[in-house]
Design a protein. Structure first.
Length: 404
């Protein structure tokens, strides 16, 4: 059966869910890698591996969703809760531009005290100061949260955010697009599988490009991993709006889910098998990204033989995965070395996977980055001055603004 399916894949055939599961469960790892690499080579015969210089900025850690796999969030009113000020975000953009970056990946918690006009004002302020800088911002659950808080349909939220400067939407919050799993992870209420896909459909209809993600290694079955991929493939058939797929393993340290269920992190082999299977299943996705931020640089490099054609982001800053115990860091120099040592040609890109050029550090001197920055210094919960301009919804938020 596996040999027949391998021939089907090599001949360019599309696998169904049962066939994908058979390959994932029973194909030798080296065979999965060869199939995935063959598909990668067909789509990207020039042997270019791309990467982007951007920064992951989490504008707030205050969140009402309370997903049990997340070690990053703080409850409303927590002394550790924060909202970044506009000037803080501008400073992060300046630092990003200094090392050749062109984009913020801007995501945060479901903070009930941030109305839609806070996001609009932030986006407009960024675009006024940095007209060419891109905002890859607000995952589908965040868009849905803004919709609910402001009693506004999702298409209207997207339209207003695009008018304010939103350029694209990241694929965060997908976790596993299976409602049985979402309920066990306590993320069903923030967005069901249909709701996540629905936001992405509306974004694509509005002309935005987005990414898609999958977090595995929690409570899902192998069949549910395949179901997740199939649902993404179906939407991509419908809209063609996804630029890339990124998968990573659940980081159990410091999380409620990990502690309660004694879950160990999935192995590197499991990651490579999952990635390779995604390349086989997601035949309508041009790009697959390596997740070095959870797997480390060497497994990230090995990903290039298992279907990945992109090394993701230089990143500069990361807060969510770090909160769960992972703190891998690679600056542009190290990413480029990993790509070249694997026999590929490194090229910078933008979010649309358009090639921008050769490595920045070979064109001009840039500072080395040997550790990832964080949103704020530990213990800094100061409230930005401009928050007084926005009406709070929570009791704690109202009290804090009155006291300021």
């Amino acid at each position: 059966m596996v040999d027949q399916l391998a021939k089907k894949v090599l001949d360019g055939g599309r696998v169904n869910a049962d066939e994908a599961l058979e390959l994932y469960l029973h194909a030798p790892t080296h065979l999965l890698g060869r199939l995935a690499d063959t598909i990668r080579a067909r789509k990207h015969p020039e042997r270019i591996v791309s990467y982007i210089i951007d920064r992951n900025v989490n504008y707030t850690n205050v969140c009402t969703a309370k997903c049990n796999f997340c070690a990053f969030y703080r409850e409303v009113g927590s002394s550790d809760g924060y909202v970044l000020g506009f000037q803080e975000i501008f400073a992060k953009i300046d630092e990003t531009i200094a090392v050749g970056g062109n984009q913020l990946l801007l995501q945060g918690g479901h903070n009930p005290d941030l109305p839609i006009n806070w996001y609009e004002d932030l986006f407009r302020a960024v675009k006024q100061r940095y007209p060419e800088f891109k905002l890859h911002a607000l995952s589908p659950p965040e868009v849905l949260n803004i919709s609910r808080l402001n009693r506004m349909p999702v298409p209207e939220v997207i339209r207003r955010l695009v008018d304010a400067g939103l350029d694209s939407i990241p694929g965060g919050g997908a976790e596993m697009l299976v409602d049985r799993v979402r309920k066990l992870l306590h993320c069903y209420n923030k967005a069901s599988a249909d709701e996540w896909l629905g936001v992405m459909r509306e974004a694509h209809l509005a002309g935005l490009r987005t990414t898609a993600t999958m977090m595995y290694g929690t409570v899902e079955t192998p069949a549910e991993r395949i179901e997740h991929m199939m649902r993404l493939r179906d939407l991509q058939d419908e809209t063609g709006g996804f630029t890339a797929f990124i998968t990573w393993s659940f980081q159990p340290s410091h999380t409620e889910l990990g502690a309660a269920n004694d879950i160990a992190e999935a192995t590197g082999i499991d990651y490579l098998r999952t990635l390779a299977t995604a390349r086989i299943v997601l035949d309508n996705f041009e790009n697959l990204q390596a997740s070095w931020v959870t797997q480390g640089g060497k497994v990230g490099q090995l990903s290039l033989a298992y279907g990945a054609n992109d090394m993701g982001s230089v990143m500069i800053e990361e807060n969510v995965v770090r909160a769960a115990g992972a703190s891998y860091c690679m600056d542009e120099v190290e990413i480029v070395v990993n790509i070249e040592d694997a026999g590929f040609i490194p090229k910078r890109r933008n979010m649309h996977y358009e090639i921008l050029g050769d490595p920045i550090f070979r064109e001009r001197e840039v500072p080395r980055m040997l550790s990832l920055a964080t949103a704020r210094a530990d213990g800094d919960a100061s409230m930005p001055e401009e928050l007084r301009n926005y009406e709070a919804r929570s009791r704690q938020g109202k009290a804090l603004r009155l006291a300021q």
